[in-house]
Ligand binder design. Sequence first.
Ligand SMILES: [Zn+2]
Length: 331
Amino acid sequence: MLHGSSAHVERPERLRAIEAALSASPLKAQLSFLDARPATDAEIERVHPPGYARGLDDFCLNGGGWIDSDTLLSPQSSRVARLASGGACRAVEAVVGEGVPWVFSVCRPPGHHATPNTSMGFCLINNAAVAARHAQAALGLKRVLIVDWDVHHGNGTQDVFFDDPSVLYFSVHQSPLYPGTGRVRERGASGTTLNVPLPAGMGDGEYAFVFDDVLRPAVREFAPELIIVSAGFDAHERDPLGGMRVSTEGFARLAEQVRVMSEETPAKGRLVAVLEGGYDLQGLSEAVVAVMDRWHVGVVERAPVDGQTVSAATRKVTQALHELGVPRFSP
Ligand SMILES: [Zn+2]
């Protein structure tokens, strides 16, 4: 809450709203809470170049301000960004090493636009990427899946893992929209990037269909040992930045689908969510609690979505992906 400013759309009130929604829910009494810790330079430098976080520290020591055209830093922002990426690492440690089934890291600033070399799009350190690398380098996992359902394409995460066969990066996002990347044909050298760009106006049925039709077969083939969700909520129907129509229940269903995938792969139910975007305080906070609730309660698998009931525009994109072929991953 010490990062940025209330005048910016990516504002401290986002976390206050989530905290309030959780406090109003009977779920809160059933959860345990972990403290975030700052990521070390070595952890951050598995994704970013040497000295990257020190550069953020220096910028903040000079008072902060606009570090790029979108991203506003307060004097405490680099410390908060280290906590956001370290919190994601802490979440991975809990699910991989401590028998905790799932952790939702409710963090700011978000991370998925941060490329190895630069901040952008409200993001400083790529939290999901640092967490995935931590799972591999410190905790010995081989294959990690990142599911990015933020309404924007996670160009930074794609850049980090584009030629890396050990991390499958899946993104469903609105297109055209910022940052302009994330086309179907962007697949990486190893085929372990999967982009599903959808036109504005898509809702619960389209998202659930994409998860069944594109993500699930790829995940079965890839056999991840951990699933990290880049959990943005700006595809929510109430969101002022996105143009999608996903409801709170729609996000809960996506959480169910990811949970089922985690249980039918070597991930064995291990799930970490890292907060990304989501700018309507009510939509954001309700959907975050709904995702936590679905992961806490556990789910019975529902019937697959009938592809004939989803929009032709969505089927055109999934058809194009199928024509490129479901990637084959060597073990
Ligand atoms: Zn976003």
